[in-house]
Design a protein around this ligand. Sequence first.
Ligand SMILES: NC(=O)C1=CN([C@@H]2O[C@H](COP(=O)(O)OP(=O)(O)OC[C@H]3O[C@@H](n4cnc5c(N)ncnc54)[C@H](OP(=O)(O)O)[C@@H]3O)[C@@H](O)[C@H]2O)C=CC1
Ligand SMILES: CC(C)(CO)C(=O)C(=O)O
Length: 308
Amino acid sequence: MRILVLGAGGIGGYFGGRLAASEVDVHFLVRPPRAELLDREGLSIISPIGDLRIPVRTLTAATSPFDAVLLACKAYDLDAAMDAIAPAVGPSTLILPLLNGIRQLDLLDTRFGREHVLGGLCHIGVTINEAGAIHHLNKLQRLTLGPRTEGQVEAAEGLHKVLKRGGFDLVLSGSIMQELWEKFTFLTTYAGMTTLMRAPIGAIMATQEGEAITLEMLEECSATAAANGHAPRSEALAPMISSLTERGSPGTASMFRDMTRNGPTEHEHIIGDMFLRARAANVAAPLLRVSLANMQSYTAMRTGLASH
Ligand SMILES: NC(=O)C1=CN([C@@H]2O[C@H](COP(=O)(O)OP(=O)(O)OC[C@H]3O[C@@H](n4cnc5c(N)ncnc54)[C@H](OP(=O)(O)O)[C@@H]3O)[C@@H](O)[C@H]2O)C=CC1
Ligand SMILES: CC(C)(CO)C(=O)C(=O)O
């Protein structure tokens, strides 16, 4: 099976690198500066599970279909990424998006057809360092994939079999939409609160109303998920609550870290999309509304749209 990985950043670099090291037939579709670095120095992963430095095959343009495409860009790059993978998507190509959120599925379905698009998500902490190496921050390395239609079941099993060779924790889920909604619910609250308060969870919990506000935002997201047929299961909700209200926790969402670097953020794809879905379902979402305005004003300042 020939696999194309779009993006060799945190997610694409980590999972693609583990696959390449296991001799799965992987090519990385990357932009020219990243291609030059990878071609010159190989792909490096620094991980508590084991470091890796291997030569990898890169492409700066796809010219023919692959059996599967792992999509690992940030949401704000999704349009350009869809253009880039288009030549790699043939009649039987599977696309496995690994982005956070939900909206990527609608956009990919519209562009390529629902039959091509599996559901996928990752539980991992990875970042790319100054030197271009993938830094794996803890031992978690779970990738979950699953079919979204009956017709995809067999193909998803086939892809699962090949990805298994990568050696990371791989889950083939029979309820991928539920899993995606649960992560979306958690992440929206996590990102929404840490960006709004400009603080990690522990500092938010040290305030008078921090816990109550966090739980109210989680409730807005959970109610939106429920209105979309995916209320978080109790076994998923309990760990969300403990992590979002943990005393002394230094935890922040990657959106907060992107913001502190004055970088672009995925807020429209996460907070904005949750807010739109809340509105569409008539779910009251005053905290999501404020949180979205917070991120939009940050963006206006950073891109020079705000008048000073
Ligand atoms: N990092 C993490 O721990 C986790 C991330 N996620 C989610 O996974 C997704 C990816 O995040 P992450 O890997 O951290 O992001 P990164 O920014 O580390 O990597 C994204 C990569 O995509 C590349 N890219 C973007 N557009 C294109 C294009 N048109 N052609 C080729 N390459 C392209 C970028 O390349 P270039 O270098 O050229 O800019 C970049 O290296 C996000 O939705 C994120 O929320 C989910 C769970 C955990
Ligand atoms: C939920 C979490 C922390 C998992 O890595 C994440 O995806 C993010 O912060 O963007």
